[in-house]
Structures are given as C-alpha cells and as structure tokens.
Design a protein around this ligand. Sequence first.
Ligand code: UDP
Length: 258
Amino acid sequence: MNKRRRVYEGKAKVLYEGPEPGTLIQHFKDDATAFNNKKHALIEGKGVLNNRICEYIFLRLGEIGVPTHFLRSLNMREQLIREVEIIPLEVVVRNVAAGSLAQRLGLEEGKPLPRQIVEFYYKNDELGDPMVTEEHITAFGWATPQEIDEILALALRINDFLVGLFLGIGIRLVDFKIEFGREWDNEQMRIVLADEISPDCCRLWDIATSDKLDKDRFRRDMGGVLEAYQEVARRLGVLAGSPRPRGSGPVLVSSKPN
Ligand code: UDP
C-alpha cells in the first residue's frame, strides 16, 4: 500500500492527503482523551462507530441544506472530506444544563435551559480552549461579524435538526460541540460544518433511563463506553452487522419505559 502523507494528527482523528487536490481523508482512531489530554485510553472499535455515526449525521444534515465538508465514505474508519480552512473556534450548543456550564453557573445537571445557548471557545490546547466572546473573535480576527452570524444560524439549525433526530430514537441531546471551516471556490467563500459529530463531542442521554450514551462515560470512569456508542449507532440504524440493513434509518424507540 502506498504510504499516505499525514497532514494532521489530532487526539481522535488523523487527516491524510486525499486522492484529488482539495480533498483529505479523515481517519477515526480508537483513542479517547479527556481533560485536555491528561486522561487517555484506547477503546477498540470506537473509531469505526464514530465514523459511521458521523457519516450518517453529516449526510442527513446535507439533505436539509447544511453545507458540510463530507464527500463520501471510504471504509470502516475513513471518509473523504473537502479540505477547508478551519476556523479556530469550538462552537458549543446547549439545550440542558450539564458539564462546564452547570459547574460555572451552579446549575443542576439535567435542568432544561430557558432557551438554546451557543458558546464559543478558542481552539488552543496550550490554553485549555478558553471561552471567548464575539468581541474577542472579531478583535483578534478569528472570524468576521458576518461569519459569526452565519455560524450562529447554522449552529441553531443543526441543533434543531439533531434534537428531533435524537428524540425520535429515545435520546435527549443535552449539548454538543461543532467546528466550522471556510471552503474556497475561486474567489467565493462559504462556511461549512467540518470536523465531526459523534458521541465523542455530544452529550446524549437515554430519555427513559437517563443513561449517558456519550464520552462522559469515559470522562467519569463509568465503564461501558463502547456499548453506549454501539447503542447510539444501533438506534440510528448504522451499526454494521445489526439485523437491520445498514443506512435504513433511525429506529423509533419509545420514550416511556415498558
Ligand atoms: N466538548 C468537546 N470537546 C471539548 C470540550 C467540549 O467535544 O474540547 C463537548 C462536550 O462533549 C459536550 C459539550 O462540548 O458535549 C459541552 O462541553 P462542556 O463545556 O460542558 O465541557 P466539559 O464538561 O466536557 O469539560
């Protein structure tokens, strides 16, 4: 096999040069990290599940007109994506109090927020991704006011869609983190959803039992990380080897315990 050029290696993914100019191969690893890399483990099979879940979500978002970097699936762990200029912001959308928000403002975890809240964090591992405001973003030139408006509008649309998608399979979308990039087409630029959406960067709680089906199981040493990700994939109908044909859509799950 030809040795591919590695363009970037992150905590959970590797980017390789793609087959055509302007494309990259996004490879999902089994590595799990938390607390700015202080905690690390290998969770065998996680990369395969995240690849499948992310592919499914990006395709569905593309169908409702959300521009994304996703081009096509390549294999169990890899997808072909368009090369974009990543905007150095982590955009967090929240529906329910949890994690850092609950801690910072002394809110009870699980309390629905009065409305959806969007937060920005500056992507910088050395600084531990500090929270920033639109003032910082425009003053330091990370994004223009117009780009921020577009990012906010896309983030809210993505949230509305995902809340409904997960609700339909008995899952509460508590919060999630997304990233955006600039895609250039000659002189034209558009903002597209980049990176990934998977249980690594979402809080997903089972509606009936409140079980956590996301990376908090790893952060909080709860065990059953792979099983939780498998459950999300199974309900979305994308688990390879599941009795339902792959890609046949979400499985409706009753929100009330039997
Ligand atoms: N998140 C993420 N990467 C980060 C920080 C947060 O994917 O570097 C996700 C996290 O999984 C959660 C949401 O963003 O779904 C909000 O996270 P929070 O700010 O509560 O931080 P945490 O409690 O994870 O430190």
